[in-house]
Write a protein that binds this ligand. Structure first.
Ligand code: AMP
Length: 278
């Protein structure tokens, strides 16, 4: 497993792999790795000859300076976690590699990036699309693996690759959860002990709403009840809780499959997101 910080070094390695006809799989991450990330690495290993895990805390996708400052950076433990998986390269570029002086390009995707996380995090998906496009081009990935945990991001990335004809096959991997249902996230470590106990209420309420909607409860009723339950459990705010079409993410006032229930809610000053198929 090789730790690479510069694009020149990365290109030398990937050129040799391509010349040998090897398929390159990439798992883009911001580090602070947990089992959710490792599930992507497992999928990449199974579906590629070579695997690159990228670790880059991308400043342009943070619209809150405090969130960027507090984002955990744990390269040593990330490397230790990746070692048993046979990852070939960890690509951890510096900010100057990704955004050199004079950098002026932004990729902006309409439609799927609007509403949900796009509404309250202006510029977030522009930052995601731009950095992911750069990572695809820098790594010359044949395959890339993203978590359904960030469902809107997965749709944005699929749109990006299709619209810009980037020859990379995108695979979405299921959300990995704690035993009590809380979706794994690098931000979970910022929850207090009490907050950690409250946090699974988000998924529980979403599941109950999903069942109710499938049994015919009107969507707005099921969502209002879920929001009440989330707040009653101790969350400070429900930023959004919406039923959307799985393909294209159009808002749904009534249930039609395949649909996705998506939520963001605040607890202990931490913004948690989750989504389920309905
Ligand atoms: P991040 O480091 O948070 O940017 O996440 C990097 C990748 O890991 C993204 O594709 C995420 O969707 C994915 N990921 C994060 N948490 C989970 C999880 N609990 N289950 C599955 N994938 C995840």
């Amino acid at each position: 497993m090789k730790l690479v910080h510069t694009l020149d070094e990365l290109r030398e390695i990937t050129d040799a792999w391509h010349n040998a006809g090897e398929v390159i799989g990439v798992t883009p991450t911001m580090g602070a790795l947990h089992e959710g990330h490792l599930s992507l690495v497992r999928a990449a290993k199974a579906g590629s000859d070579r695997v690159i895990t990228t670790i880059f805390v991308n400043p342009t996708q943070f619209n809150n300076a405090d969130d960027l400052d507090k984002y955990p950076r744990t390269l040593d433990s990330d490397m230790a976690q990746l070692a048993p998986f046979g990852v070939d390269v960890i690509y951890a570029p510096g900010v100057d590699q990704m955004y050199p002086d004079g950098f002026s390009t932004t990729i902006s995707i309409s439609g799927v990036s609007e509403g949900l996380c796009g509404a309250k995090r202006p510029g977030h998906f522009d930052g995601v699309a731009t950095i992911v496009a750069k990572l695809f081009l820098q790594t010359s990935a044949d395959r890339a693996f993203f978590g359904e945990k960030d469902f809107q991001q997965l749709q944005v990335v699929k749109r990006l690759a299709a619209d810009l004809n980037i020859p990379v096959e995108i695979t979405g991997c299921p959300t990995v959860r704690e035993a009590d249902g809380l979706a794994l996230s690098s931000r979970n470590v910022r929850l207090t002990e009490n907050g950690r106990k409250i946090a699974p209420a988000l998924y529980a309420a979403m599941q109950a709403a999903g069942v109710a909607i499938k049994q015919g409860t009107p969507v707005h009723e099921a969502l209002s009840e879920a929001e009440r339950d989330i707040l009653a459990a101790g969350f400070a705010e429900v930023e959004y809780l919406e039923l959307r079409a799985e393909n294209g993410l159009a808002p749904l006032g009534t249930h039609s499959e395949p649909a996705r229930l998506l939520a963001a809610a605040w607890l202990d000053g931490v913004r948690l997101i989750d989504n389920i198929a309905v």
